[in-house]
Design a protein around this ligand. Structure first.
Ligand SMILES: [Zn+2]
Length: 388
């Protein structure tokens, strides 16, 4: 009997190597680079040695992407108090802060990122050509290598407040700008108070340590490596498959934006399938992404949604369906730039992502059967796409 790279046991080996062996992998840290070394070694064992490294820089934590816009908006408000032409300048700064925070909430590009202290990072890309030699389509499978911090705001007790609080934060930053622009002191007073509370909460939220990220997102990397092994020995007839191991998803999908900067033209018509936290819960495709605020939700494109639906009805044994989900991830980056994309995820018993940004996101809490279902459903999607 040959070893099956898509078995739960095989996939679990990768999760353990990343989450237990390497442990927490903050974006741009040596640990995230170790994860990329592990991926390279696994791919090389499969004969995939032409792995491209798309370099970029990223901070280690997502805090910069929420704290900097908040500081900018408050600064604008204080400058605006000086009056005269500074009122216009201050309100512009505050409104720009609100805009950039919204960008963060839906994983679009964060314009303030050049200001953040950053380290070197990379997205790894491996390509598996079709058996026929002629690609009629390209599918990009996506899984990120970094992990987030343990965050109180994502705890079971507080997570239902995530979206209202983030919405209030974006609104507060806008109020600073509007209050300053229109000379409405009470509005500005309210905006500043709310912004200060938000700033304090964000700073507190930064005090946690980084998590092992077994579910988020070693589970995805495991599926990509399993699918790479499967497709290397049994390639698709006329579909080229790219495996994109993205760096720095947790700090604003920076690695996905770097991939699109480098290959946006070539991938304009590609199909993107993102894996997020597929190691526990009921497998589903996301048909509506909440983002973190009420202003910034997004959806997959119609073609990708139809692709997932068609696969789910052709393979009813997987019992996969579409769900709305509280999440922001790389489909947000793709959709904000006009690309296709859909995300597979695991839905917990409470309808939320399992162990999202909590210390409990450990390998011990991963179910091999969930990993296997995700990888096999993705393979079924690859076959569906090639079937008229
Ligand atoms: Zn993730």
């Amino acid at each position: 009997m040959t070893h099956d790279p898509l078995s739960g046991q095989s996939l679990m080996t990768h999760v353990q190597a990343l989450a237990d062996g390497i442990g927490p992998r903050p974006a741009s840290s040596p640990a995230e680079w170790q994860a990329r070394d592990y991926i390279r070694r696994q791919l090389a064992d499969l004969g995939l040695t032409a792995v491209e490294e798309i370099r970029f820089v990223s901070p280690d934590t997502w805090g910069y992407a929420v704290i900097t816009p908040t500081l900018l908006s408050l600064l604008g408000s204080f400058i605006g108090r000086l009056g005269g032409p500074l009122r216009l300048l201050g309100s512009a700064a505050s409104l720009f802060g609100a805009y950039t925070l919204g960008q963060t909430m839906r994983s679009a590009r964060q314009p303030l990122s050049p200001l953040f202290p950053s380290g070197p990072n990379a997205t790894l890309v491996a390509r598996i050509p079709p058996a026929s030699g002629t690609a009629r389509r390209t599918v990009v499978l996506v899984g990120h290598t970094d992990t987030n911090k343990h965050r109180q705001t994502f705890s079971p007790r507080l997570k239902t407040l995530l979206r209202p609080a983030a919405t209030l934060q974006v609104s507060a930053l806008a109020l600073n700008g509007l209050g300053t622009l229109l000379g409405l002191k009470r509005l500005r007073w309210l905006g500043e108070r709310l912004s200060l509370v938000a700033l304090f909460t964000c700073l507190l939220d930064e005090t946690g340590g980084f998590v092992d990220g077994a579910n988020d997102n070693a589970s995805a990397v495991a599926c990509l490596l399993g699918l790479a092994a499967h497709l290397q020995s049994d390639p698709l007839p006329d579909t080229e498959v790219w495996l994109a191991f993205t760096g720095a998803e947790e700090t604003g999908c920076v690695g996905m934006h770097a991939l699109l900067d480098a290959y946006g033209d070539r991938l304009r018509d590609a199909w993107f399938l993102d894996f997020e936290m597929v190691g526990a819960g009921r497998l589903a495709y996301i048909q509506w992404h909440s983002s973190l605020s009420y202003w910034d939700s997004y959806t997959p494109d119609d073609d990708s949604l139809a692709w997932a639906q068609r696969t789910a009805s052709a393979y009813p044994d997987f019992a996969v369906g579409g769900v709305p989900m509280t999440i922001t991830e790389e489909i947000g980056a793709l959709r904000s730039r006009g690309f296709r994309g859909i995300c597979l995820t695991g839905v917990g018993a409470d309808g939320w992502l399992v162990n999202w940004h909590q210390y409990s996101d450990r390998a011990a809490h991963i179910e091999p059967a969930c990993l296997e279902r995700a990888a096999r459903f993705a393979l079924a999607m690859l076959h569906t796409l090639a079937t008229p």
